[in-house]
Design a protein around this ligand. Structure first.
Ligand SMILES: NC(=O)c1ccc[n+]([C@@H]2O[C@H](COP(=O)([O-])OP(=O)(O)OC[C@H]3O[C@@H](n4cnc5c(N)ncnc54)[C@H](OP(=O)(O)O)[C@@H]3O)[C@@H](O)[C@H]2O)c1
Length: 307
């Protein structure tokens, strides 16, 4: 039997935390019957840990504000797991939800009061003393950068969060917040995949590489759209050829290997709820994709060669 590949580790920033090269994202946890109970989630966590995936991505809003508590229940079943993982979570999106009767309209909230309350709730739901990385989930047009920076500094000083980062932020939005902080933003969690390649040209990856910040990548498999590509189409054929060449189980690990080839050294967040797919996806970390294969996959996915 082939032993499972243990994924490598990556510092998000020279002064930032080290995460596993692949992270497991909890967004879809409540959609899968197998994970809807704490015991099922314990099995998923253990499977990730067996493959060296020690970092877990959350947000206060996942599963209508329920997933952090479900994950916390899993940790309460097996408290030893807590010491073997890093926790990333997010704040600032406010959903219209029965869990938040005061929200009349979907909005963003980066006020000091909201960030603090969100962190306190996440700590309690997860049952951990500290969040390793807190992200601002979406850029807030009403953000006062001084107020956010002061709040993040206090939360770090109190030991409630170890590091701060952002998600879905542009270069300018990152620069604004960074200009007020005494410590670096350690990541920007962005959408990127062979099916969503806009960040290759937007300048965000260049900024992150210049600042030595590793992006975390959401929907690395296009949220599952990758698997809808017809096998006889250009993308389907290219993926099949490259899977064979790199001995990969399918389009999933191939699309992850494509991301890992980027010199900004991103950290993809896996959304699968299937235990059996974790090992297949972890195998991508052992692949060094050849330059021309990387462009072949880009061309097949976009339906045109680079100019
Ligand atoms: N910062 C943000 O704004 C933001 C936004 C969205 C997501 N996120 C984070 O990113 C994580 C990943 O996002 P995502 O879930 O969209 O990622 P993804 O990995 O691109 O997509 C996961 C989906 O692909 C499906 N899939 C995987 N392998 C498959 C296969 N071989 N055949 C068929 N379907 C397959 C999964 O189904 P199965 O479960 O059946 O495998 C699941 O529904 C989330 O959990 C969350 O933590 C962040």
């Amino acid at each position: 039997m082939v032993s499972p590949h243990t994924v490598s580790r990556r510092a998000l920033h020279p002064n930032g935390p080290t995460l596993s090269r692949l992270v497991w994202g909890a967004w879809r946890a409540r959609d899968a019957a197998a994970l809807a109970e704490p015991q099922g989630l314990v099995r998923m966590i253990e499977t990730c840990l067996e493959h060296g995936i020690t970092s877990f991505d959350h947000a206060d809003i996942y599963g209508q504000y329920q997933v952090e508590a479900l994950f916390g229940d899993a940790l309460r079943l097996d408290p030893a797991l807590k010491g073997r993982m890093e926790i990333v979570t997010k704040c600032d999106i406010a959903l219209v939800s029965s869990a938040r009767p005061g929200n009349r309209v979907k909005h963003y909230d980066t006020s000091a009061a909201h960030i603090r309350a969100s962190v306190e709730r996440s700590l309690a739901a997860l049952g951990v003393e500290r969040i390793d990385v807190l992200l601002l989930h979406r850029p807030d047009p009403l953000m006062d950068a001084d107020e956010v920076a002061r709040t993040l500094e206090i939360l770090v000083a109190e030991g409630k969060i170890a590091h701060a980062g952002v998600s879905n932020h542009t270069v300018e939005q990152m620069r604004l917040l960074a200009s007020r902080l005494p410590f670096p933003l350690v990541t920007n969690q962005i959408e990127l995949s062979v099916l969503h390649t806009e960040p290759l040209e937007s300048g965000i990856l260049d900024h992150l590489q210049a600042e030595r910040i590793a992006p975390m990548i959401w929907s690395p498999l296009g949220g599952g759209r990758l698997f809808a590509s017809p096998p006889e189409g250009a993308l389907g054929r290219t993926m099949a050829e490259l899977c064979e060449k790199y001995s990969l189980a399918g389009p999933g690990p191939l699309a992850i290997a494509w991301l890992l080839r980027l010199p900004v050294r991103p950290v993809p967040v896996l959304g699968t709820t299937s235990l059996s797919r974790i090992g297949e996806l972890a195998a991508a970390d052992a692949v060094e994709m050849e330059r021309q294969d990387w462009f072949a996959l880009l061309e097949a996915a976009r339906g045109r060669a680079v100019p």
